[in-house]
Write a protein that binds this ligand. Structure first.
Ligand code: HEM
Length: 416
């Protein structure tokens, strides 16, 4: 079997996503035989759109490399790739070494230790939201919850949450076509191509992480930054460049994605009140509802790999060096994995949602933490019998990488 090229199937134009994920185009690619060759810039990539194929790519890191090229769509020059390389853009053994440094903090057992803190933050935000009679769900609840949690884990002052959310918003802009800040914003003098997402906000986040590092070197504490500082001091375990990219990825990945899940979750429940009623009637549905929110939201739309050798997938021949892009947004709507995939169903028990990736060594480090945040928020909303009603149009991010929601008005109603 060969491959397919479909001209009207461009799914990389960031502006498309202002109207939501172009599901029709993905459905066409899923139905086409083999993999679809998708033009991109002067070249292109193999679009992996089916659930089973995403699983296959994710679980074969020797063939589908994260270190060659880049894990975003665009290529980077060798010096830029080195400067920007984080845990996400590595293969074993570097990946194994870096991941081991942080994995301990994110095991189910250790994540559960944060449950009380997560609940306190969720309750505070929900109480404020109800007291205000609603407002922008992203600003008031979805953004502050995950950033406060990850900052608490890192040991970063929570007072800086708004600043770090602001930086994250600029990083999201960096994944699209337009940036609203000049290259020298935040005192940046580094060439943008050397910074993650080509954004001066990455310079600011690097500086912030380095300041935290200085403080913890002088005064160690029981937090994640201190742990990384100690690993850096222990020669060979973490280089200065690895430290700053790891700090960057933990802050960005630790807040932007969960915020997106909480935003799409709120929208899904506002649009499907009977699904929320089902949760209110039966709290044991919280776990399956959390998985369904994740599937529905798919906050990270895709990740890229690069073939390390000639290979074959779904009957399509892939040459060494070809880009292979896994579209989680498509896999999570594949009817081969989920019955009636466009129905939001909190009782769903079929399929394994791929919001955290399709498995394998890069499977989301923060998956248990994100699940905890979503389920605790749902529980606390249920305890208060809060039903959300959407009051404004949703404003989405113009990005083909993150399924971002910039704002959406919601009012809380207490269900009797
Ligand atoms: C709903 C929330 C989240 C979603 C949807 C999400 C999604 C993802 C995805 C798709 C990947 C790439 C998987 C792959 O390449 O196979 C990933 C990796 C990662 N995520 Fe998450 N994530 C979320 C929350 C978090 C949180 C809370 C953290 C906190 C630390 C985090 C940290 C990371 C890191 C460090 C990686 C790179 C792991 C590696 O390359 O080994 N994520 N995430």
């Amino acid at each position: 079997m060969g491959s397919t090229t479909i001209d009207d199937t461009n799914v990389t134009d960031p502006r498309l996503y202002l109207d939501g994920v172009p599901h029709e185009r993905f459905a066409r690619m899923r139905r086409a035989p083999g993999l679809t060759w998708h033009p991109y810039g002067d070249d292109g990539f193999w679009a992996v759109t089916r659930h089973a194929d995403v699983r296959e790519v994710s679980r074969n890191p020797e063939v589908f490399s994260s270190a060659i090229g880049h894990t975003n769509l665009w290529d980077l020059e060798a010096d830029a790739l080195e400067a920007r390389r984080s845990l996400i853009d590595t293969d074993a053994p570097d990946h194994t070494r870096l991941r081991r440094l942080v994995a301990g903090a994110f095991t189910p057992k250790n994540v559960r230790k944060w449950e009380v803190a997560v609940r306190e933050i969720a309750v505070e935000l929900l109480d404020e939201f109800v007291e205000l009679g609603g407002g922008d769900w992203v600003d008031l609840v979805a953004a502050p919850l995950p950033i406060r949690v990850i900052l608490s884990m890192l040991g970063v002052p929570v007072e800086d949450a708004d600043y770090l959310v602001e930086l994250s918003n600029y990083l999201v802009e960096g994944t699209g076509d337009t940036q609203s800040i000049p290259p020298d914003a935040f005192g940046n003098t580094t060439e943008l191509r050397l910074l993650p997402f080509g954004s001066p906000a990455s310079h600011a986040l690097f500086e912030y992480g380095e300041e935290m590092q200085r403080q913890r070197r002088e005064e160690p504490r029981d937090d994640l930054v201190t742990h990384l500082v100690e690993a850096e001091a222990d020669e060979g375990r973490l280089s200065p460049n690895e430290y700053r990219n790891l700090f960057h990825v933990l802050v960005f990945a630790g807040n932007e994605t969960t915020r997106t899940a909480l935003s799409h979750g709120a929208l899904a429940f506002a649009e499907n009140p009977e699904q929320w009623q089902a949760v209110l009637d039966d709290r044991s549905l919280i776990d399956s509802a959390t998985e369904e929110v994740l599937r529905w939201a798919t906050p990270v739309l895709h990740m890229r790999r690069t073939a390390s050798c000639d290979t074959e997938l779904a009957g399509t021949e892939i040459a060494s060096g070809d880009k292979v892009v896994m579209w989680y947004a498509s896999a999570n709507r594949d009817d081969a994995a989920f019955a009636d995939p466009f129905r939001f169903d909190v009782t769903r028990a079929d399929g394994e949602q791929f919001a955290f990736g399709g498995g394998g060594p890069h499977y989301c480090l923060g998956a248990f933490l994100a699940r905890l945040e979503i389920s605790v928020l749902l529980e606390e909303m249920a305890v208060r019998s809060i039903r959300l009603e959407q009051t404004t149009e949703v404003v989405r991010a113009p990005s083909n990488f993150v399924h971002g929601v910039l704002s959406v008005g919601m009012v809380p109603e207490v269900v009797r």
